[in-house]
Design a protein around this ligand. Structure first.
Ligand code: PLP
Length: 382
């Protein structure tokens, strides 16, 4: 039997035992597993309630705990029926495309962005168009052009810390984006994947916190804060959108892992969420400074970057005299993983930029990793 054409990219294997100077992975060693295990045991010892079929929206206790958290930490208000727990934010992307788009409908994405979301939207049946960025975020003139000449149903953005450049969308750009969405009648899918990690000043509140027309679909995850292996994310949006997502979800995996969700709700209610956030923030701030110091020591000339105001990575322009793709290849041979810009480019063209992340390793591991990069560059210049 021959299979039909299949265009999804294969998963890149994640190399073992490398120093991963990449943005996405939190240090799961910081996570108090014992406390989650205790909460899990408490939930199960109370009875069999979480072992049956339940709500496709999520375990009610986690919905309540997340609603309270989103309101107090982000100013995002979700009434009953406006929040859905997903298996990581990844699940939200195909569900959203399927819920919002008919054949031929378009979702706009950032020209440098998060490819797993793009594939998710395609899987849900959306056509994608890329919109360029500038220093304030996604370009509204180009988005408007697109809205005028296509059936634009939504735009997917990462306003808090643009993925992968770490730029925070400016206040005028935020207002302009919401006004444009209202004028042309499209949704704004806001991926707020690392809200907790903002270093200079206060975190900027999400688009969803000032959205009377309820055009923003706020997507979040516990992957960056806690651990990606938990597979817990969520979507907050107007009820008619969330209801569609919930119905679709019924026919994919019926419901989430209720026992885990109930345990996480206890963990959140116990205040452990805040304690963990403080711990992780302290560790990552130190690691950000360690990466900055190591880059300044070894690459004062070769890499140009600004200390990011938030997020878990640096976006650095390379003047190293060797292609960033080649540096990444040689680095991997020597046990250091870095991501060149091409990985995030909608057009798949190389650019002389690197995304360098710091959350996954201690300052001394970071120093060692950057030392390896420096040795490669030095050898190539010799
Ligand atoms: C932009 C962005 N969105 C979402 C996620 C989280 O994905 P998930 O919640 O599916 O683990 C990540 C993780 O790498 C990300 O970088």
């Amino acid at each position: 039997v021959s299979l039909p054409k299949f265009t999804l990219p294969a998963r890149e294997p994640f190399p073992a035992n490398v120093i991963a100077l990449i943005g996405g992975l939190p240090d799961v060693r910081l996570f108090r597993r014992d406390l989650l295990a205790r909460a899990y045991r408490r939930v199960l010892s109370r009875g069999v309630q979480t072992l049956g079929y339940g709500s496709e929206y999520g375990e009610p206790r986690l919905l309540r705990a997340l609603t309270a958290h989103l309101s107090s930490a982000r100013g995002v208000l979700a009434a009953a029926g406006e929040l859905l727990v997903t298996r990581g934010s990844q699940m939200a992307f195909p569900l959203l495309a399927r819920a919002l788009c008919e054949p031929g409908d378009v979702i706009a994405v950032e020209a440098l962005g998060y490819p797993p979301a793009w594939e998710g939207f395609r899987l849900g049946g959306a056509e994608l168009r890329a919109v360029p960025l500038d220093r304030a975020g996604i370009r509204l003139d180009r988005l408007q052009e697109l809205a005028c000449r296509s059936r634009l149903r939504a735009v997917y953005v990462t306003p808090h810390h643009q993925y992968p450049t770490a730029v925070t969308m400016s206040a005028p750009r935020r207002q302009g984006l919401l006004a444009l969405a209202e004028r042309h009648g499209f949704f704004v899918i806001e991926d707020d994947y690392d809200h907790e990690f903002h270093w200079s000043g206060r975190p900027v509140l999400p688009l969803a916190s000032a959205d009377p027309a309820r055009l923003v679909i706020h997507v979040g995850t516990l992957s960056k804060l806690l651990a990606p292996g938990l597979r817990v994310g969520y979507v907050s949006a107007r009820a008619e959108v969330v209801e569609r997502l919930a119905r679709l979800r019924m026919f994919i995996d019926r419901q989430g892992d209720q026992t885990l969700e109930a345990a996480l709700a206890e963990w959140l209610d116990d205040g452990e969420f805040d304690r963990h956030t403080k711990r992780a923030r302290r560790a990552y701030a130190e690691r950000r400074d360690a990466l900055a110091a190591a880059l300044e020591q070894h690459f004062a000339e070769g890499l140009e970057f600004e200390l990011p105001a938030g997020g878990l990575s640096f976006w650095a322009r390379s003047r190293l005299g060797m292609p960033v793709e080649r540096l990444a290849e040689l680095a991997l041979e020597r046990g250091v993983l870095i991501h060149p810009a091409r990985r995030f480019a909608f057009d798949r063209r190389p650019r002389e930029f690197l995304r360098l992340g710091f959350p996954g390793h201690t300052p001394s591991e970071i120093q060692k990793g950057v030392g390896v990069l420096a040795a490669i560059v030095k050898a190539s210049a010799a």
